[in-house]
Design a protein around this ligand. Structure first.
Ligand SMILES: *[C@@H]1O[C@H](CO)[C@@H](O)[C@H](O)[C@H]1NC(C)=O
Ligand SMILES: *[C@@H]1O[C@H](CO)[C@@H](O)[C@H](O)[C@H]1NC(C)=O
Ligand SMILES: *[C@@H]1O[C@H](CO)[C@@H](O)[C@H](O)[C@H]1NC(C)=O
Ligand SMILES: *[C@@H]1O[C@H](CO)[C@@H](O)[C@H](O)[C@H]1NC(C)=O
Length: 331
């Protein structure tokens, strides 16, 4: 079990940024179940795509469906000598309600993935709640996969969709899970999902877990915050034991017969959601899936926003190892 919160040691700059971001998110949440977008956007800095390579990565935006503003940011390693590269489809976090593929922290983290994992990265810009509730986000995620499956020419020639990974952090990891389930039911033509990278997935349930209670004052998320976000994400009248939230709970989809990708789940010692993440891991195992669990004791929810933290380097290294293993399996 995680130690007390006072033991979380962080650089002052990281503490300050976390507290600013949390305050802005808290102030943007209105009691009438809407978000003050104008206010939150003040904190949500944006980065433009850049076709000129910077630190070995170039980027561009690709439209999938203008009617619902569905697009993705494509990151390509500019100096790789490999003849084929894996495709890393990424879903950003933010409780299904905040951020976009253009948000500066996500643009930066996707550049890091592209460069360090030597992969073509597709960062999906899905619709947000509460303006768009469940299952809009899952539909958008699956539709982007269908789009790249059928329209291979939008990706550079080195992108090998037979070596495709799904990945996401927080709500993005929830999304990646549900998209993985859909892909294994509906099948794509060319694309083969060979792994799932689940970074501090955002799951929950009606029950209050020990970690939710003990770590309720941890940075970024708390029970009050997640309760509010689940409420404005789920269909009216649903509770948190909905299969989107309590994935391994009473309404769970049986995945034991599905061709679900091999998975790596990352947890942090100071993440209130860690008990749910462990349940997810155990449920995947009980369902006969191949899954690894990685726990970094001295870190919090959304640590990867901060490249200066040692866990961020460790994390990228662990993802790289996982990917290499999956690619060796298919070769
Ligand atoms: C919610 O409250 C805000 C600010 O008070 C108001 O501008 C907005 O129209 C309200 N929205 C709904 C759906 O009630
Ligand atoms: C492929 O791209 C075309 C043109 O952008 C689009 O109309 C079509 O829907 C795409 N196919 C899929 C399966 O998304
Ligand atoms: C769900 O509830 C919200 C607020 O209570 C309301 O604005 C919205 O119209 C409802 N949606 C449906 C589909 O009933
Ligand atoms: C949520 O799912 C878990 C299984 O992972 C189950 O033990 C729990 O009872 C569920 N929550 C509720 C309130 O039913």
């Amino acid at each position: 079990m995680a130690s007390e919160l006072t033991k979380l040691i962080l650089p002052w700059k990281v503490r300050l940024l976390i507290s600013l971001l949390s305050t802005l998110a808290d102030t943007s949440r209105r009691s009438n179940a809407t978000i003050n977008r104008r206010l939150f956007n003040l904190a949500d800095r944006q980065s433009l795509p850049n076709p000129t390579p910077v630190d070995g990565v170039s980027s561009s935006d690709v439209t999938v469906d203008p009617a619902r503003n569905l697009w993705f940011r494509l990151f390509v390693p500019s100096s790789s000598s490999a003849t084929t590269l894996p495709v890393f489809v990424y879903f950003h976090g933010g409780a299904f309600a905040f951020f976009s593929a253009a948000s500066t922290p996500y643009d930066a983290v996707c550049r890091l993935y592209c460069r360090s994992l030597n992969a073509v990265v597709i960062s999906v810009n899905y619709r947000l709640a509460p303006e768009h509730r469940y299952p809009s986000q899952y539909d958008d995620g699956f539709d982007v996969l269908k789009f790249i499956d059928r329209n291979g020419s939008v990706l550079p020639d080195v992108a090998d969709v037979t070596k495709c990974f799904l990945a996401g952090d927080s709500a993005g990891a929830n999304l990646a899970h549900h998209v993985a389930v859909r892909v294994s039911k509906e099948k794509l033509q060319r694309t083969n999902i060979i792994g799932l990278v689940s970074v501090q997935p955002y799951f929950g349930g009606e029950e209050r877990t020990k970690s939710e209670i003990q770590l309720n004052r941890a940075p970024i998320i708390s029970v009050d915050r997640t309760d509010w976000h689940w409420k404005v994400f789920l269909p009216n009248g649903s509770d948190r034991d909905h299969e989107a939230v309590n994935v391994s709970g009473p309404n769970a989809v049986d995945i034991s017969g599905l061709d679900y990708p091999n998975t790596i789940v990352f947890m942090g010692g100071f993440d209130p959601l860690r008990d749910w993440q462990r349940k997810y891991y155990e449920w995947l195992r009980e369902s006969g899936k191949e899954v690894e669990l990685v726990d970094y004791p001295n870190t919090f929810h959304a640590f990867y926003f901060f490249s200066e933290l040692p866990e961020t380097s460790l994390f990228v290294y662990d993802v790289k190892e996982f990917m290499a293993k999956q690619m060796a399996n298919v070769n």
